[in-house]
Ligand binder design. Structure first.
Ligand code: MIG
Length: 726
């Protein structure tokens, strides 16, 4: 193995093959030589190279040493402690024909040929987190997953290998942590120690070997990963309010009566989502005149009441001459092709064609089309079916998508199709409205957090999916996607009273707080059940509004730290082993611990509190952490604890368009907190139109305006809660 410096990087050479390592402060970037000019969809920053030294077969830099073995294998040490050790894997991902098993209906792996197996030796006590949106539990150790954006609406359980999103990034928490991002858009497979040799293995069906290894605490690793792939810009503040959806609210009358009911039952409502039936024949960028004869005025009236409308847009364009989107796309060659012809498959509108979001002209075209929607007064766009899903069998791997003068195969770009659609939508809305775009997507890739929020797709109204909502959202957050939510109440299947109550008790902590359900399932607006549901639902949606300033502050802090809003306990308590695989509790930011009831028929539960003191949000009683408690959970109670010595901004109002009064609740004996305020709508904050307040308390309290560029609050209240004995 030859090792030498080249343009500030390290080159390894053996048997005519070369790999390059870029050495940066917080990570290293490894790729095969051929990938040197690879243009990433995810990464938006250039590697900032730092100096290193090569001695014998080792690279030295900062506190690290990388020993180079043969076959391009590495051992990485930090302060002489082994961080990770590469191994040779001879793994065959079962490429045999599974015909009979499949015939009987079993889910079997496709007969893919994987290449470049990378193996890393796992230690007994390694935990693995991340990998974006997958089923199962917070700790992924022992499981195998596949990144291939997949729309499978059957109840998604632990054994599912793929869901709608592909985020090839994960963190291994061991003696020393490391994170790995495999920047490859082809179908990839990740074995997190399913094999009996405790090997972590990843492989891809095509493309380059191109990956990053990050070092440091879990928070450091997330910070570096989101530095490279980008962070979620400040959201529209109203988008943190309560959203109501259903497939479908399909007429003006239905929408207006929905609003009446929210008023009647006095439940705050921010936004209504219109599913596919608002369109004319499912043609994107059209509105059905029959169902919504006065769309613009209806929205104007709703907007006056503070209610916003979001509409769904699918990528599939109805193939019908005379339909302007189809005609324009055909004229300009904007649709995917196969064998030199425009490629057709079927989705909701029937016979459909698929925009080449890979091409910047197509993205611009699509972005401009969104003006039709925003000109109606619509406040956001919901991107569905962008895996892309298709009804007439999967889109073939050799379908071609233009990218400048080049063509890319579906095999290569499948996993970034949703990402690019989100990018097109984001840039379009931003240009047309000058506001922060609100976009929700089902499919995405690493880096999509720059453009869009995500929801977890078609869950079901089953208890297992309420339970799964916690690790699923936590792992998405660890994977760099902070703005997440699940369909509250569950999408498919029929919701029950108890399930809806327990789900809203979890859902109000999701950055994206939306109740949504499928066509023909039991309706899931709270008044579809009984008065008890309405009362509890109201209580929790009101609590959500109280927490909006705190959540908004977390988004502000995300701009620099890249951290998620909803966090697994392990992210805050990396040294408390009891937190390493908790699936039924989570943190909202660093100060609020939530331990919801997610079991059917259960009215008490065990709550583990990490070391330190906590104040029960419901009773103001003090709890000592480092141990578990049995906590009663009648239907209207969600256990929630505030970390002792922290400050939570609270809004005692449900008008979030313009917040004039704010309260700071100071829990414990002393604390410090940074609060952010801006108009919540546009990008003026980038021109310094915002305020920063520093709140401090101990015996007394003190509020300092640290930066002033925006209209201040009219009133600021302080409440000090020292906590009571249990
Ligand atoms: O094939 O638009 O995940 O939220 O309601 C179903 C109808 C298409 C799937 C989405 C769901 C949405 C539904 N869509």
């Amino acid at each position: 193995m030859k090792i030498f410096k080249y343009n500030g990087m390290v080159i390894l050479e053996e048997n005519g093959k070369k790999e390059i390592i870029s050495i940066c402060k917080d990570y290293i970037h490894i790729r095969e030589y051929e990938a040197l000019d690879y243009k990433s969809y995810a990464v938006i920053k250039k590697d900032k190279l730092i100096d290193f030294e090569i001695k014998n077969n080792s690279i030295f830099y900062l506190n690290k040493r990388i020993d180079i073995k043969s076959n391009f294998l590495l051992d990485i040490y930090e302060n002489d402690i082994l961080v990770l050790s590469d191994i040779i894997v001879k793994k065959d991902f079962d490429n045999d024909d599974n015909g009979l098993l499949a015939l009987e209906g079993h889910k079997v792996l496709d007969n893919d040929n994987y290449k470049y197996f990378k193996g890393i030796k796992l230690n007994e006590n390694d935990y693995i987190y991340g990998l974006g949106d997958k089923t199962g539990f917070i700790n992924k150790r022992g499981y195998e997953y596949i990144n291939w954006n997949t729309d499978d609406p059957s109840p998604q359980v632990d054994s599912f290998k793929s869901l709608y999103k592909s985020i090839p990034f994960f963190i291994v928490k061991g003696i020393k942590n490391y994170g790995i991002f495999v920047d490859n858009t082809y179908k990839t497979i990740f074995d997190f120690g399913k094999n009996k040799n405790d090997e972590l293995v990843f492989a891809s069906t095509d493309g380059y070997l191109n990956y990053y290894i990050f070092f440091g605490s879990m928070k450091d690793i997330i910070k570096s990963y989101t530095y490279l792939t980008g962070r979620t810009p400040m959201p529209l503040r109203w988008s943190l309010g309560y959203h109501q959806s259903r497939w479908s609210y399909s007429s003006k009358e239905e929408v207006l009566s929905l609003v009446d009911n929210f008023n009647k039952y006095n439940i705050p409502l921010e936004c209504i989502h219109l599913d596919i039936d608002y369109m004319d024949e499912y043609k994107v960028f059209t509105v059905s005149n029959e169902r919504f004869n006065d769309f613009k005025n209806m929205i104007l009236e709703l907007n006056k009441k503070g209610i916003k409308i979001v509409t769904i847009i699918d990528p599939g364009v109805k193939a019908k001459e005379g339909y302007f989107v189809y005609d324009e796309g055909i004229k300009n060659g904007y649709f995917a092709i196969k064998d030199n012809e425009v490629y057709h498959n079927a989705v909701w509108p029937g016979d459909s064609v698929f925009p080449q979001f890979t091409d910047s002209n197509v993205r611009k075209w699509w972005g401009d089309l969104t003006k039709i929607i925003t000109d109606y007064g619509v406040s956001g766009i919901w991107n569905d079916m962008n895996e892309p899903a298709s009804f007439n069998g999967p889109i073939e791997l050799d379908v071609l998508f233009k990218d400048g003068n080049d063509y890319k195969t579906h095999k290569e770009i499948h996993n970034v199709y949703g990402h690019l659609m989100a990018e097109a939508t984001y840039l379009g809305i931003k240009k047309n409205t000058n506001k922060r775009p609100f976009i929700i997507t089902r499919a995405c890739y690493s880096g999509s957090q720059r453009y869009t929020t995500v929801w977890t797709g078609d869950n079901h109204s089953i208890w297992a999916h309420l339970e799964m909502a916690i690790p699923q959202q936590c792992n998405l957050g660890i994977s760099g996607i902070p703005f997440v939510g699940t369909d509250i109440g569950g999408f498919g299947s029929d919701c029950t009273k108890e399930l809806l109550i327990r789900w809203i008790e979890v859902g109000i902590f999701s950055p994206l707080c939306r109740n949504h359900s499928a066509y023909k399932t039991k309706r899931q607006e709270p008044w579809e059940f009984d008065d008890e549901v309405i009362d509890i639902y109201r209580k929790f949606v009101n609590l959500r509004y109280k927490l909006i300033p705190y959540i908004y502050d977390l988004f502000y802090k995300h701009q620099t730290n890249g951290l998620p809003i909803i966090r697994p306990l392990v992210l805050e308590y990396e040294n408390d082993y009891k937190c390493f695989s908790i699936n039924d509790e989570f943190m909202l930011g660093d100060s609020i611990l939530v331990a919801p009831q997610v079991k059917n028929g259960a009215f008490e539960r065990i709550v583990y509190l990490p070391k330190g003191k906590w104040i029960d949000f419901n009773t103001n009683k003090i709890y000592y952490g480092g141990k578990s408690y049995i906590y009663e959970t009648p239907l209207d109670i969600c256990p929630m604890f505030i970390k002792f010595n922290s400050i939570i901004p609270i809004l005692n109002d449900t008008n979030i368009d313009d917040i004039r009064n704010i309260s700071f609740y100071c829990y414990g004996n002393k604390g410090k907190y940074l609060h952010y305020q801006d108009n919540g709508i546009d990008f003026n904050y980038l021109n310094k139109e915002y305020n920063l307040y520093e709140i401090e308390f101990n015996e007394d309290y003190n509020i300092k305006l640290k930066y002033n560029g925006f209209k201040e609050y009219d009133n600021i209240n302080i409440n000090i809660i020292r906590g009571n004995k249990r």
